[in-house]
Ligand binder design. Structure first.
Ligand code: ADP
Ligand code: MG
Length: 378
């Protein structure tokens, strides 16, 4: 399916118009179906939209979902799942594959640069109990449970969650509220339940709750109707597991947020995400490692001094540095094609990119994280 932005927006607008028209005609099931489609396209469009318009589009899409929900509430006979006529078959066929967002990541903690203290905590809580079960028993170290990673965007939170699954050979499931809303519109509850059921059947599974602040926001008046139903469901799924401690299989929960201050503390209760770790921007050594791994295998000039680049990039996130390495390869690549001679990446290529590529985390936002981490509470 084409995924360009204007296509998605056009589809959204078309479905919205049709939905409202059908609603006026009293064809509520079809109206609801079209509204959900409109929201789905708008969520997809939002994923490709930079902030601040991104948030606006997500809000707008949530409002459309709420309209569709209101139709369901007004029509008692309408099935909760599936939406309109002719839709059922499509849902079952596509549904099964879509909610199974399971993977077996091959990332390791050693691939995650820096973050020494955080990684040590993660090893103790989430890795060693599996790799050294005898010792863990002797020292009374529990396995399973939850962990919240917070920090600026692009600092490796998703990567760490995948690395935990990689280290202990666990199945990896992602619950991303914006995706739950877009992919699973109309079936969110059933799919969340199926995801947790599926994870429980694995010998080991990591459930990664991304954008946790959307699941448990402090200001709950902001929440859409769908999310208002999902949040308690997810929280009880998290708790339901902890009470059955001696099952042979184990579930780990890792939550991530770029906005720890907007989290509801309920998510941090025992048995939920009961430990939290700050994932800061990379320090000098970590920046150097990230640069090295992203330039590995590429033709590099001997004049390219990565110590120097690491020094110049204070304030850049891991994701920014990856982008830097990608963009710095463009010019030499193009020149190599044009001249027929392989031209290595020079210091100058990096400097050129750095002139326009600024750190994605603002000093103000960073200050907020420092203060938050220092206070040590939510
Ligand atoms: N500490 C790190 N070590 C290595 N690579 C990193 C690190 N932080 C970020 N990156 C790079 O940036 C990308 C995006 O990071 P990600 O884990 O999605 O960040 P977050 O989830 O914190 O927003 C990663 O896939 C990786 O290439
Ligand atoms: Mg992430």
């Amino acid at each position: 399916m084409p995924d360009n932005l204007s296509f998605l927006l056009d589809k959204s607008v078309a479905h919205l118009g049709k939905g409202h028209e059908l609603q006026r005609q009293g064809n509520l099931p079809e109206a609801r179906y079209n509204l959900l489609k409109a929201a789905e396209f708008l969520f997809k469009a939002a994923e490709r939209t930079p902030p601040p318009l991104k948030e606006k589009r997500i809000e707008r899409a949530q409002a459309i979902v709420a309209q569709a929900e209101a139709i369901r509430n007004a029509v008692p006979g309408l099935p909760a799942a599936g939406a309109g006529p002719g839709r059922a078959a499509e849902q079952t066929a596509a549904g099964a594959g879509e909610w199974q967002v399971r993977e077996k990541p091959d990332v390791r903690l050693a691939d995650v640069a820096g973050l020494g203290e955080a990684k040590e905590q993660i090893l103790i809580k989430m890795v060693y109990p599996f790799t050294h079960p005898e010792l863990a028993r002797k020292y009374g170290i529990k396995k399973g449970g939850g962990l919240l990673l917070y920090g600026p965007p692009g600092t490796g939170k998703t990567m760490i969650a995948k690395a935990v699954a990689g280290e202990i050979d666990a199945a990896f499931y992602t619950v991303k509220p914006s995706e739950v809303m877009s992919k699973w519109v109309g079936e969110a509850e059933q799919n969340i339940a199926r995801l947790f059921d599926s994870a429980r059947k694995q010998p080991r599974a990591v459930i990664f709750l991304d954008e946790v602040e959307a699941l448990a926001p402090r200001r709950s008046h902001n929440i859409s109707t769908v999310m208002a139903r999902l949040v308690p469901q997810i929280l009880s799924e998290l708790e339901g597991f902890d009470s059955k401690a001696d099952r042979p299989n184990t579930l780990l929960f890792i939550g991530a947020t770029n906005e720890p201050w907007s989290l509801d503390e309920a998510i941090l209760r025992p048995g939920r995400l009961d430990e939290k770790l700050y994932i800061p921007l990379p320090d000098f050594a970590a920046r150097k490692q990230i640069l090295q791994s992203n330039l590995k295998g590429k033709p590099l000039s001997p004049g390219l001094d990565l110590d120097e680049v690491a020094k110049m990039t204070e304030g850049y996130s891991g994701a920014d540095l990856r982008r830097l390495c990608e963009k710095a390869s463009d010019a030499p690549f193009l020149e190599s094609i044009q001249t027929g001679l392989e031209r290595p990446i020079e210091m100058e290529d990096i400097l050129t990119v750095l002139r326009t590529l600024k750190p994605s985390v603002s000093p103000r936002n960073l200050e907020r994280f420092h203060r938050f981490a220092a206070e040590g509470s939510l």
